[in-house]
Design a protein around this ligand. Structure first.
Ligand code: NDP
Length: 326
């Protein structure tokens, strides 16, 4: 075995509510979990402002604060929380292998996948150009809204995220224009009503983005079109926010795990088990229905319990087989 290979009982990939909850349970079951945080330590909730629906916080809590508390709780039980990005896995043999930052190789008895999901973009060249330049395109109002204080911004999307972000931006910005591609919201009634009742949010239904316009460095306007009339017009804006949903972060598993057509990992119903023995999934990587912090935490708990029981069953089978030969 090369010196660069580390053997662990339980490897947890990802650091959202699913990963940290799995870590708390696995650590308390003496599985000495090693958790890699990935590129966004704390996961999607670190980009959320107020979390008001996680039980136990009667006054609400900010996403980053909740994630710091979950991390501290996991570390209190000696979870080994590490910086690092799992870039490759190999689940083809008896040993589950994972590579961190292309170099370090880990052999794990059990693996809990909690890699979550990432923000989607429209895919327009102009959107990607200003995104890469850091010139006014963002998928996170809470992270970047501050930079657009007293300015005019545009936000795309009609789900709960878009409504939440539009409302957040309305408190910072002079004006928020919301582009909704259908003639209705997807968001829950309460979230949509909040947006509709906010004075400095203008909602344009049946409206899509034609181009993000700028001076080559920063965004200056957004050209939109009405998909019923094909009429185009420009909206002056210094910020362009995209809130159109998420993609599960499961690409590195696609050669080994069963995924659905949109890339979510398929688990055995009612469990966290994947099609590979000893590999479990929790959180948004497998959940396209609920996608809540509390459900992610719940499935993190399930994954740790499933992993512990799987390991115990394997160890006792090993003891039986070795005692037969002794
Ligand atoms: P959703 O998938 O619910 O909504 C995505 C929105 O983006 C839809 O309105 C969709 O339009 C629109 N959209 C998608 N692609 C495009 C495109 N190319 N151009 C324009 N618009 C587009 O994602 P969310 O991130 O909003 O929510 C995900 C889950 O998280 C949901 O279950 C939600 O309830 C939950 N959530 C809950 C919150 C809370 O309770 N505090 C806060 C945030 C999220 P269309 O409707 O036409 O398909």
């Amino acid at each position: 075995m090369s010196e660069n290979i580390e053997k662990v009982k339980c490897l947890i990939i990802g650091s959202g509510p699913a990963g940290y909850t799995a870590a708390i349970y696995a650590a308390r079951a003496n599985m000495s979990p090693v958790l890699y945080q990935g590129t966004q330590p704390g996961g999607q909730l670190t980009t959320t402002n107020e979390v008001e629906n996680f039980p136990g916080y009667p006054e609400g809590v900010t996403g980053p604060e909740m994630m710091m508390q979950l991390q501290a709780q996991a570390q209190r039980f000696e979870t080994d929380v590490r910086d690092g990005w799992v870039t490759k896995v190999d689940f083809s043999g008896d040993v589950h292998k994972a590579w961190v930052n292309e170099t370090k190789e880990i052999h794990a008895d059990t693996i809990i996948i909690s890699t979550g999901a990432s923000a989607k973009y429209l895919g327009l060249d102009s959107e990607q150009k200003y995104l890469k330049l850091g010139g006014g395109v963002s998928a996170c109002a809470v992270c970047d809204g501050f930079f657009y204080r007293n300015q005019e911004v545009v936000i795309v999307g009609a789900g709960d995220s878009a409504c939440e972000e539009a409302h957040y931006l309305s408190k910072l910005c002079k004006k928020v224009t919301m582009l909704v591609r259908r003639d209705e919201f997807r968001a829950s009634k309460i979230m949509a009503a909040r947006v509709k009742n906010t004075e400095n949010i203008e909602i344009l239904f049946n409206t899509e983005t034609d181009e993000v316009l700028g001076d080559g460095q920063v965004v200056t306007a957004v050209r939109v079109f009405n998909n019923q009339t094909n009429e185009k017009h420009e909206i002056p804006a210094t910020g362009f926010f995209v809130a159109i949903g998420h993609k599960p972060n499961t690409d590195i598993f696609k050669d080994f795990l069963d995924l659905d057509e949109t890339g979510y990992i398929i688990n055995e119903p009612g469990t966290s088990k994947t099609n590979i023995e000893g590999v479990f999934v929790s959180g948004d990587a497998a959940d396209h229905v609920y996608r809540q912090a509390v459900t992610a935490a719940g499935t993190g708990c399930m994954a740790a319990l499933d992993a512990e029981r799987w390991l115990a069953a394997k160890d006792s089978a090993f003891e039986v087989s070795t005692s037969t030969y002794n």
